[in-house]
Design a protein around this ligand. Structure first.
Ligand SMILES: NC(=O)c1ccc[n+]([C@@H]2O[C@H](COP(=O)([O-])OP(=O)(O)OC[C@H]3O[C@@H](n4cnc5c(N)ncnc54)[C@H](OP(=O)(O)O)[C@@H]3O)[C@@H](O)[C@H]2O)c1
Length: 248
């Protein structure tokens, strides 16, 4: 039985990923701050969870001993993420720091610790959940966008560094996805049904990991938006200003 470790697996995209990988026969270890949500997923999937706050060094350190006791890791998905949205001067420094700690610092520290402890199986994959904001910008959440582009850059270099060890690295760039995170941080939720269901995203991720893809932009619309952001930045800047910034 293969083993997938997924952070932020108690809700949203992480939970959908846990279900998808479990469906394919993986044993699941979730890592999450929410004990009640984790207990639900544990019951649904016969998964096990490490309950911890990935925002702090001590919280990250708590994950390692639990994983040392388990099977080698075939797939590690850095999915837990938070956001802070608003007019830039209105967001507190503490909130900026929290976003950097969970979205960027935790995946780097956890990856380093697990590599040092040699916990990966042969042919393992490390997956980073970035964001379409890497291509589009995200006015109103500049720090979030920076952490997600930082992850993509980190993953790109790590991918080359780990290739000789036969560890594959994948970065995923989801667009709007129908979760509590999106609901919490959008200026309005009037077109929620347009967001990708997390189960569909999880399917794209599973397939991409199987195919050992380096980059996954899930869904045709997201791919088109990513291309526009890459090739026509002024148009994307105009769109993001209208869609997000002016509505904050
Ligand atoms: N939804 C979207 O539209 C979208 C688009 C692009 C990228 N993403 C990325 O996808 C990932 C998952 O997002 P989502 O929409 O599924 O979010 P979500 O519904 O808020 O779920 C995130 C999970 O991570 C947990 N978590 C948050 N902070 C944590 C911490 N400090 N330590 C441990 N666990 C923590 C949350 O627990 P609590 O619920 O208790 O906070 C929750 O269970 C994030 O990295 C996000 O940036 C999402």
């Amino acid at each position: 039985m293969k083993h997938a470790v997924i952070t932020g697996a108690a809700h949203g995209i992480g939970k959908a990923l846990a279900h998808r990988f479990a469906q394919e026969g993986y044993a699941i270890t979730g890592v999450d701050i929410d004990a009640a949500g984790a207990a639900r997923v544990e019951r649904e999937l016969n998964a096990r969870f490490v309950i911890t706050d990935l925002r702090s060094d001590t919280g990250i350190a708590r994950v390692l001993p639990k994983l040392i006791q388990g099977k080698p890791i075939d797939v590690l998905i850095h999915n837990a993420g938070i956001n802070a949205v608003g007019r830039f001067p209105d967001i507190s420094i503490e909130n900026h720091e929290r976003v950097i700690a969970v979205n960027f610092y935790a995946p780097m520290l956890l990856t380093a610790a697990l590599l040092k402890a040699d916990l990966f199986a042969k042919g393992a994959s490390i997956v980073f959940i970035s964001s379409l904001s890497h291509y589009t910008s995200y006015p109103g959440a500049a720090t979030y966008a920076a952490t997600k582009s930082g992850l993509a850059s980190y993953a790109r270099s790590l991918s080359i560094a780990l290739a000789p060890q036969n560890i594959h690295v994948t970065t995923v760039f989801p667009g709007p996805t129908r979760t509590a995170h999106a609901r919490r941080h959008s200026p309005h939720n009037t077109r929620e049904e347009k967001r990708m269901p997390p189960e569909k995203l999880a399917h794209h991720v599973f397939r991409g990991v199987q195919k050992k893809k380096h980059l996954i932009v899930p869904g045709a619309t997201n791919r088109m938006v990513a291309l526009l952001g890459k090739w026509c930045p002024p148009l994307m800047a105009y769109a993001m200003r209208k869609i997000i910034l002016e509505k904050l």
